[in-house]
Design a protein around this ligand. Structure first.
Ligand SMILES: [Fe+2]
Length: 434
């Protein structure tokens, strides 16, 4: 018996090591052998996670759903499936699973984090804040890494609560070490403190070699407002990096594909989006959906991104030279109704962003439904300075790629038909340092 346990333990260790080094294909093969030899639930979990990491989400969901038939109260399976549902935008189902985990194990940190995440995606920020407070008072011995994650989420909620909560936000960002902690901290300082305090904090952050779209947006804004040279490491003179062109049938962008994408845009569960007036945004990452149209449009976008990187190769900008080693393409639909518009924003979690126009009807020569890029935004204090802006004349079938640091919004339109955009971000997977 002891021999069998040793062999099982060894097999699981080897399998975990394969998964952790990122060889997901081999992890699937090996997991199946371990499951056959030892009937291990841990191996089945690794099998499901490996499918998830390879983008085979449906397979992963199927494995968890099957596992839960015989193990309906297994907290690991419930929480992992909850995370997948959450990623897919199936928020109600995700919430039910996380609540079930917490009813079985009131100290389950990942379920708290998952449920808080669902609340935030549902714009229930007060509920999320109370949940994180409850977690910190009731769960003992929370690991430092998890505490930092919680502090970041709490800081986010305070920041979104408005300027009177910025001191609390600055404090909680300072207690966290997530990718955007320091940039958001600087942003809150820029919005609420004086020039001298901002300059000191910005210089300290530059010393660390920090680079991301958010700090770039803040630094560019401050350089115009205070009249000094923009030295942000991401990209200066950022309008040069906006690339606008048309998609063609020869690259696979045809009527059939557009129609299928429009149907999907209509069917997906939407997530509240404060910036959208008269319309909705699909929840989760649409590139996780298993549909031939999604795979096809993903390949087209990936090819355009590769071309973009080539086109700007000679430009001196961290955007190109410090392109993150590992990235994920994240996409969502924005479906606007008559008179709808999308307010000014930038994509802080992105690196390179884009929009692809699936449906847009407008009178000849009108600016309705166009996209406007602007170096002013985010409710940053502008002190009556003039900030450059640039409007692109958009037509159906256009694709626009731009640095995620630039603020942008749409011009409201009056057509009775919907205006449907597929928006996307190339997101860095790992912490990016200069
Ligand atoms: Fe956007």
């Amino acid at each position: 018996m002891k021999k069998e346990e040793d062999s099982r333990e060894k097999s699981l260790q080897a399998l975990t090591a394969i998964f952790q080094r990122g060889d997901f294909g081999l992890a699937i093969t090996e997991a199946k052998k371990v499951i056959k030899d030892h009937q291990s639930a841990t191996a089945v979990n690794i099998l499901a996670l490996a499918h998830k990491r390879l983008g085979e989400i449906d397979r992963s969901v199927e494995i968890y759903e099957n596992l839960l038939i015989n193990n309906p109260s297994n907290t690991m399976f419930l929480a992992n499936l909850g995370n997948i549902y959450s990623d897919q935008g199936r928020l109600t189902e995700a919430q039910e699973l996380f609540e079930k985990v917490l009813s079985v194990d009131a100290n389950h940190i990942n379920a708290y984090l998952g449920l808080g995440n669902v609340y935030v995606m549902q714009a229930k920020n007060d509920l999320a804040l109370r949940l994180y407070e409850k977690m910190q008072s009731e769960v003992r011995d929370i690991p430092a890494e998890q505490l930092q994650k919680i502090n970041y989420r709490v800081a986010e909620i305070y920041r979104k609560g408005g300027e009177e909560h910025f001191d609390a936000a600055i404090k909680h960002y300072g207690l966290s070490n997530q990718r955007l902690s320091m940039s958001h901290r600087l942003e809150c300082i820029y919005r609420s403190k004086n020039k001298a305090v901002y300059e000191k904090e910005a210089a300290a952050l530059s010393e660390l070699g920090h680079i991301d779209p958010l700090i770039a947006a803040v630094q560019t804004h401050a350089s115009i407002r205070y009249g000094f040279q923009d030295r942000n490491a991401f990209c200066t003179d950022s309008f040069r990096f906006i690339s606008h062109s048309k998609l063609s049938a020869s690259e696979g962008f045809d009527r059939g594909l557009t129609d299928r994408l429009l149907t999907l845009a209509h069917e997906l569960e939407s997530s509240p989006q404060a910036l959208i007036n008269k319309g909705g945004q699909s929840a989760g990452n649409l590139f996780l959906l298993n549909d031939p149209a999604i795979s096809k449009i993903k390949a087209i976008i990936e090819s355009r991104i590769a071309h973009y990187r080539e086109k700007y190769q000679q430009f001196d900008a961290g955007l190109i030279s410090k392109w993150p080693p590992q990235t994920t393409l994240h996409g969502w639909f924005i479906d606007l109704k008559k008179g709808g518009s999308l307010g000014s924003h930038m994509h802080k979690e992105g690196w390179l962003s884009g929009s692809l126009y699936l449906k847009l009807s407008k009178p000849e020569g009108a600016s309705e439904g166009n996209i406007i890029f602007d170096l002013d935004g985010g409710n940053y204090p502008a002190d009556d300075r003039d900030f450059p802006s640039k409007e692109l004349d958009i037509e159906e079938g256009d694709i626009v790629l731009f640095p995620s640091s630039i603020f942008h919004k749409t011009v409201p339109f009056s057509a009775t038909e919907r205006r449907v955009t597929l928006a996307f971000d190339v997101k860095p997977d790992l912490l990016v340092r200069a």
